[in-house]
Design a protein around this ligand. Structure first.
Ligand SMILES: Nc1ncnc2c1ncn2[C@@H]1O[C@H](COP(=O)(O)OP(=O)(O)OP(=O)(O)O)[C@@H](O)[C@H]1O
Ligand SMILES: [Mg+2]
Length: 350
């Protein structure tokens, strides 16, 4: 029988023109009605773009006609009228978001709670992707404790271009912008919601990122309102969840999954960090239990991107500002990150 689910599933193959994300994950498909062999859907664009509308309509019709049992297809694409005087009527599926020119993929790294090694993973993955030949940027959106400049060994702040844009400093071939660059010393800052949003928007509008294959975004720990509105402000293509074995077993991972689902950001996979510890004698000690991440990924039907064991070198590298994947890419800790990066890249190229 033809159901709404079947229709929505089929429509997931229709990408928003110019994006890697599909129209279903963008939340644009409304009013799916099926009646025997007839199917009718509405697609609501949030910005006026005739070209995108026509393309989406045609592709939806093709995909739906190809479904068994379907005899009649009706696709209605609606969009708001162009704003008088506004030049920015580009292909923008969100009202407030713009696809950032030059940034091919924007990927968030999140976790259910703090201290699971999210920033460590972001830094090492960014450097690993760079080693795999990609052009990479890193955006540290941690408003509570921006730690990435330290981990990347970057002390200089952004400079200003003649066009009055911020030029991100870089190290190990990775460009970096951080909330930390905008704070003064160790002063704790109380960010208010609108201030955060404005700052994050500036990270896209006023930063000269150049051409990047990947921009990794380190989100603040947790899955509350702050994280949620960040996900809505940044035009994300996908999310990665970092977990520890015990976090997985406590069900915290599900909060992260729910957060991405709420904002229609596809989850690319799960990384289990601090998986196990190997003694100098080669004995493997599973401090937090082991395999929780893998099992949770399977339960949630998500790709498992790999496990990163506990290594003193990983923490030391972070403290020194020399990520382990840069200093020892062929040793086990570095190899672990490279393997996760390879998996991620494969998933994104698929
Ligand atoms: N696999 C690992 N082996 C050894 N130490 C690790 C590993 N992963 C992270 N660490 C260390 O654990 C500490 C916390 O890591 P990190 O700052 O990356 O976590 P986080 O999730 O970003 O934390 P926060 O929630 O504060 O942002 C750091 O000192 C880091 O060096
Ligand atoms: Mg962190």
């Amino acid at each position: 029988m033809l159901t709404q689910d079947i229709v929505l599933n089929a429509l997931k193959s229709v990408k928003y023109p110019g994006y890697s994300r599909d129209i279903v994950s963008f939340g644009l498909v409304k009013n799916v009605v099926t009646n025997q062999g007839a199917v009718s859907i509405g697609v609501e664009l949030t910005s006026p773009n005739r070209e995108a509308a026509a393309q989406i309509k045609q592709q939806c019709e093709e995909v739906l006609r190809a479904l068994p049992e379907v005899q009649l297809v009706h696709v209605e694409v609606t969009m708001p009228p162009p704003q008088p005087g506004s030049a920015a009527a580009g292909p923008n599926p969100w009202a407030k978001q713009n696809k950032v020119p030059g940034l091919a993929r924007i990927i968030a790294v999140a976790s259910g709670k703090g201290g699971v090694g999210k920033s460590t993973c972001s830094v090492n993955l960014a450097c690993a992707l760079k080693q795999l030949g990609a052009r990479v940027g890193l955006l540290d959106c941690d408003i509570y404790g921006p730690s990435i400049p330290l981990m990347m060994g970057i002390k200089q702040r952004p400079t200003i271009s003649p066009q009055e844009k911020m030029i991100p400093p870089s190290n190990y071939g990775v460009k970096l912008m951080s909330m930390g660059f905008l704070l003064d010393g160790d002063q704790p800052v109380i960010w208010r919601g609108p201030m955060i949003m404005k700052t994050i928007q500036q990270f896209f509008q006023s930063v000269e990122w150049g051409e990047l294959d990947y921009l990794l975004v380190d989100l603040p720990p947790g899955t509350g309102d702050a994280q949620l509105s960040l996900c809505q402000t940044v035009p994300l293509d996908g999310g990665v969840i970092v977990t520890t074995p015990q976090e997985a077993s406590l069900g915290v991972v599900r909060k992260g999954i729910a957060m991405f689902e709420k904002v229609n950001v596809p989850i690319l996979g799960l990384i289990e960090n601090m998986s196990y510890f190997t003694t100098p004698q080669g004995e493997r000690i599973e401090i937090f239990g082991h395999g929780g991440g893998h099992a949770e990924a399977e339960r949630q039907n998500l790709p498992f991107l790999g496990e990163i064991p506990l290594y003193t070198e990983i923490r030391e590298g972070g403290d020194r500002g020399q990520p382990v994947v840069v200093t020892s890419p062929t040793e086990p800790p570095g190899r672990a990150f490279l393997s996760v990066a390879e998996k991620l890249q494969k998933l994104l190229q698929a």
